[in-house]
Every structure is written in structure tokens, then in C-alpha cells.
Write a protein that binds this ligand. Structure first.
Ligand SMILES: Nc1ncnc2c1ncn2[C@@H]1O[C@H](COP(=O)(O)OP(=O)(O)O)[C@@H](O)[C@H]1O
Ligand SMILES: O=C(O)[C@H](O)[C@@H](O)[C@H](O)[C@H](O)COP(=O)(O)O
Length: 195
């Protein structure tokens, strides 16, 4: 059953990655000056990055970018097979995201950004603010288990938490929110801080 779900998840990833590439070209040619706002919604799989990122983009009238769409196919195949990514797997993906962030002045992007070193790669884009979705493993596992159209299954949640380095106090560009609240409450709390 999980294999079928994973295959479906990979299929939708391919469609979304095509859209990502098209959007990237359009955004790269946009030279309109705007006030910088680069928000990165981070957290483990199932924390609500896509849900909150989409709603936050709408609330702020800012483009939303799904970082999963920038994974190379080999990464998606690994995750769909239940194999956690390594630092080496994530590095080119993070560098792509950093350059995409730098090419946009106003954007909401969802990216797990699990380790401090990963967040530092993204920080190279300049002017970024992270929104960390904080929740217990059991809630993430439950949410990931509810999805039927995603390559990342609940079997990956333990490795996500094992990799996670929660932001520390010296990471002053991070807003941490309680991800067990409702999406409306979470978005309102974020807009209150950055809007
Ligand atoms: N705040 C929330 N409260 C309840 N369910 C949520 C919340 N945020 C997300 N979900 C649900 O949890 C699942 C995983 O959310 P998703 O946005 O795909 O997380 P991520 O992108 O971090 O993997 C989805 O089924 C989504 O509808
Ligand atoms: O660093 C990682 O291990 C991956 O980025 C991983 O986090 C994955 O891409 C997403 O978490 C899966 O997608 P969802 O977060 O949307 O479940």
C-alpha cells in the first residue's frame, strides 16, 4: 500500500517540478524593486510546511515556492523508498534553493531546513526569516500517515527528528510557532510577527 502511495507521490512531484522550473524562469526575469521578504517555513515532514506556506503566501500576497519540487529525482526516489537523505544528497538541493531565494525579493518557501548548517546555506541568500513549525513526533507521524499522495511516508518521521537540530537562541532570524494549533491560528501568529 505504501509503495502505491509513494509512486503516486513521485508522479505529482514530477508535475510540480515542471511548474517550478517554469516559475523560476519567470521570476528570474522580474526586476521590479520590492521590499525584501524571504520567509522559509521549516520543520520535519508532516509539520505543516506546505499547508502553512500556501496560506501564508496568500495572506501576505507573496509567491509561494515548494522546496520539495527542487529535489533531484534521485532524492525523491530515495525518500519514496524510505531511505533518509544524507548531507551530500541535500547540499545541491539547498544551494538551488538559496539561489532561488536570492532571485526573489518577496517569497514564502517551504523547506525542512533540519540542520543549522542547512539553514546557513539558505541564509547566504540574505534577508531571510525562518518560521519553525514545532510539534511532537507523534503528531507528525499521524499527519504523515494521513497523506495518500506524498512520497514521504510516516516511516520517515523518526529519521527526520533524529536529523533535526532545533534552532538555537543565537539564530535570531527564527520565529518558532506551535504547529499543533490550527492553520488559521498559525498563519495569524506569523503575519502578526512579519506582516
Ligand atoms: N496545523 C495543522 N493542524 C492539523 N492538520 C494539519 C496542520 N498542518 C498540516 N496539517 C495536515 O497534516 C498533513 C501534513 O501537512 P503538510 O502541510 O503536507 O506538511 P509538510 O509539508 O511539513 O510535510 C496534511 O494532511 C495537512 O492537511
Ligand atoms: O531534508 C529532507 O529530509 C527532505 O527535504 C525532507 O524533509 C523532505 O523533502 C520533506 O520533508 C518531505 O516532504 P514534506 O516535508 O512535504 O513531507
Amino acid at each position: 500500500m505504501r509503495g502505491w502511495n509513494s509512486a503516486a507521490g513521485v508522479g505529482s512531484w514530477v508535475v510540480r517540478q515542471t511548474a517550478w522550473l517554469n516559475r523560476s524562469e519567470m521570476a528570474d526575469s522580474d526586476t521590479t524593486p520590492e521590499t525584501p521578504l524571504r520567509l522559509i517555513v521549516m520543520g520535519v515532514a508532516g509539520s505543516g510546511k506546505t499547508t502553512i506556506g500556501l496560506r501564508l503566501g496568500e495572506a501576505l500576497d507573496v509567491e509561494y515556492v515548494e522546496a520539495d519540487d527542487a529535489h533531484p529525482p534521485t532524492n525523491v526516489e530515495k525518500m519514496a523508498a524510505g531511505i533518509p537523505l544524507t548531507d551530500a544528497d541535500r547540499q545541491p538541493w539547498l544551494e538551488t534553493l538559496a539561489s532561488r531565494l536570492a532571485a526573489r525579493t518577496r517569497v514564502v518557501i517551504s523547506c525542512s531546513a533540519l540542520k543549522r548548517s542547512y539553514r546557513d546555506v539558505l541564509r547566504a541568500a540574505g534577508g531571510v526569516t525562518f518560521v519553525c513549525l514545532d510539534l511532537p513526533p507523534a503528531v507528525a507521524r499521524h499527519r504523515a500517515g494521513d497523506r495518500t499522495d506524498h512520497f514521504m511516508g510516516p516511516n520517515m518521521i523518526d529519521s527526520q527528528f533524529a536529523t533535526l537540530e532545533p534552532p538555537t537562541a543565537d539564530e535570531t532570524d527564527v520565529i518558532t510557532v506551535d504547529a499543533t494549533a490550527t492553520p488559521a491560528e498559525i498563519v495569524a501568529a506569523i503575519v502578526d510577527r512579519v506582516g
